[in-house]
Every structure is written in structure tokens, then in C-alpha cells.
Design a protein. Structure first.
Length: 369
């Protein structure tokens, strides 16, 4: 089965917005493409056609029919385990091979559409994009959602770049200024590995965004970043016994344009005994639905506080960092591996101290490369 990533013309290394980094990018939810459905999505300036066969196999395929160029996402339909072109009824299997014509004659032996690497993880459809055309070299792991509410999602268009949005995961300096977080404490230093970054910290935030006088809530955040398109934060709020997941998937659709997927879910309560007495009388199902709505609204509010910054900033290379910024320099060194078209083999040079090197955890004012 021939699989390759979406092509990209190389450009100067210092021009961040000219490059789409190697990553798994979320194109939507699995439930958006039911068996027998055809859906067109946008990634890195190109259309990608998703189709799911009648048996449930998902495929991501180049949109233009190898026969005579019709767009499979405009009138194409699923027939059994194939997608059928609307122009001449040529059929292509999940590997892109033409297996039938509309005339009952043998298919052309070289008629084949490019297909793209994909995977499905906890209800998300991810498609691989290689900056240098390389195959995938890291994975996004599955997450156990047993006992959790189904995630709510909102997708917003945003001027930006995946590296810039993911950088907020390590930009400690903006947290109190933009989001009103306080008492920030590092619980586990930044760790950098090929394709994966993690850091854990704690903070307090207002119970209700924008109303600090009503009291503050302590929370712990464990951040997981897989490539530059997938960020997931595991949150623990001990005061109310809440475990939640906050997801940001930055998908480049055009140059300087993202589809930013914001998702929220939480582990269902088995008892409401730890909540204020007035809330304990609410039926469990109603409480869970209300919490999903309120939690999603609060999370989207927090993410959108960054929008006016992202929409109007420019990428400064290198930044002039100061103590208190957090490990921004280490993050940017880690990011180099996702641009193999200009920086060499993918997965290399995750930081000057090597994978997980101690000097990756704090930059102390050093300029990022």
C-alpha cells in the first residue's frame, strides 16, 4: 500500500510561516465520517477526501481521480469497499488502487490515487503530513475514555501557525498576564523526546473567569504535546474531585490559517459528596450535562484569550528571553526536528542536551535558536 504525506515546497528556514511541520493533524471527529460517507477536508493548502467503506474502514485519498481528474469529494460515493468517481464511475479501494471502471472493462494498470497515512485516536481522525515528504516517525497514543463524558468540541478559524499555538504550553510568562493564573508552580520539569514533549505544573485561577474576587481554585496541569498539531492537558482539581481533559489540535489549512480544534471532557462523577450541598440534589445525568457545557465554555474562553495575540503577532527569531519566560528556548530547539526539509533528519536535534537533557528545562534568559 503506497502511503505518502502531502507535498510541500521548501522555503527559507527562518520563514516559519512558509513551512508546515511534520505532524499528525486532526481533520475531524470519527463520527463525522460514518460508513458510506464521503467528506472533504483541508490540510496544508490541499483538499483531502475522507471516505469510510461499508465495513467501516477509513481512508484518506487525493481528491482528483487518476483517470481524468474529477474531484472525488464532489459527487463521489462509497460503493462497498471502494469510492466511486462521479465522472466515469471508476472505483478506487482504500489503498488508492483503481479496481473497476464504469464500463466493465479492465482498469488501467497505472490508475492509482495517492492515499495518506491516517489513524483514529479516541474519536479523532488524524492524517500525517511530512515536512520533507517523509513517512510518520512518531505516534499519537490512544487514550482510555472509559467512564468519561464524550468530549465537546468547537473549531475556530485562526490566523497562526502550529508552532506558535503549541508554544503556549511552555510560555509560563503569559499565564498570569493573559489568563489571570496565579501561584504557578512547576511539578515536573519539561521533558523533550523525539516527537513528544511534556511538562506538569500547578496554579490557582478564579472560580469564574474574570471574577477573581469570588475566590480561586487550585488545579494541576499535565501537558502532553505530540508533534505540533496535537496538545492534550490532563487536569486535576482536588477540591471538587474533578479530572478533565483539555485538547487543542492546531490544523494548518492554508498558509497562516489554522482550524483550531478545542475539546473538553471529564471523568464522570460516581458521587457528588465533595461538591457544595446545593449541587448534590441535582440528578447525576443533568449535572454531567451541565458540567460539560460549563466546562467547555470556560475552556474555550481561556483559549480565546490568546486569539488577539496570535492574530496580530509576528514570529520573532530569535526571541530575547528573560528569566520567568519558562523553557521557550528549549521548546524551540525541540521544534527543529519537525522541519527535516531544512534542518536534517526528522527526530534529530531535540535539544542541545540530548533527549531529556537537564538543560532543556530552564532557559534563564538565553536566546532561542
Amino acid at each position: 500500500m503506497e502511503k505518502r504525506s502531502l507535498p510541500l515546497a521548501a522555503d527559507h528556514a527562518a520563514n516559519l510561516y512558509a513551512h508546515v511541520p511534520s505532524a499528525w493533524y486532526v481533520l475531524g471527529r470519527s463520527k463525522e465520517v460514518r460508513p458510506g460517507q464521503v467528506v472533504t477536508k483541508r490540510l496544508a493548502g490541499k483538499d483531502v477526501v475522507l471516505f469510510r467503506t461499508q465495513s467501516g474502514v477509513l481512508s484518506a485519498i487525493d481528491p482528483y481521480c487518476a483517470h481524468m481528474g474529477a474531484h472525488l469529494g464532489h459527487g463521489g460515493c462509497v460503493k462497498g469497499e471502494t469510492i466511486e468517481c462521479p465522472f466515469h464511475a471508476f472505483r478506487f479501494d482504500v489503498n488508492g488502487k483503481c479496481v473497476a471502471t464504469g464500463y466493465g472493462t479492465p482498469p488501467p494498470p497505472r490508475a492509482k490515487n495517492t492515499t495518506y497515512e491516517l489513524c483514529e485516536r479516541h474519536g479523532q481522525i488524524l492524517v500525517w503530513h511530512g515536512n520533507a515528504g517523509e513517512p510518520s516517525w512518531f505516534e499519537v497514543p490512544e487514550v482510555d475514555t472509559t467512564g468519561w463524558m464524550e468530549a465537546a468540541f468547537e473549531v475556530a478559524p485562526l490566523r497562526g501557525h502550529p508552532q506558535e499555538t503549541s508554544e503556549n504550553s511552555v510560555d509560563m510568562g503569559h499565564l498570569p498576564i493573559v489568563h489571570g493564573y496565579a501561584d504557578i508552580e512547576i511539578l515536573r520539569e519539561l521533558r523533550c523526546e523525539p516527537g513528544y514533549l511534556s511538562v506538569k505544573y500547578a496554579m490557582t485561577r478564579p472560580y469564574i473567569p474574570g471574577f477573581a474576587d469570588l475566590g480561586r481554585l487550585y488545579a494541576e496541569f499535565f501537558i502532553h504535546v505530540y508533534g505540533l498539531g496535537y496538545s492534550r492537558v490532563e487536569v486535576w482539581v482536588p477540591e471538587v474531585g474533578l479530572r478533565s481533559r483539555h485538547m487543542v489540535f492546531a490544523t494548518p489549512v492554508e498558509r497562516e490559517q489554522l482550524a483550531l480544534h478545542m475539546g473538553f471532557q471529564f471523568e464522570k462523577y460516581k458521587t457528588l459528596d465533595r461538591l457544595p450541598r446545593a449541587l448534590r440534589r441535582i440528578p447525576m445525568g443533568l449535572f454531567h450535562r451541565a458540567l460539560l457545557h460549563a466546562g467547555m465554555a470556560s475552556y474555550v474562553h481561556d483559549v480565546k484569550q490568546d486569539f488577539h495575540i496570535w492574530q496580530n503577532k509576528r514570529y520573532v527569531h530569535p526571541p530575547q528571553l528573560a528569566v520567568g519566560d519558562g523553557p521557550v528556548g528549549a521548546y524551540r530547539r525541540w521544534c527543529k526536528q519537525f522541519y527535516p526539509s531544512v534542518n536534517g533528519p526528522a527526530g534529530a536535534d531535540v535539544g542541545s542536551g540530548g533527549v531529556g537533557g537537564s538543560d532543556l528545562s530552564n532557559d534563564g534568559g538565553a536566546a532561542a535558536e
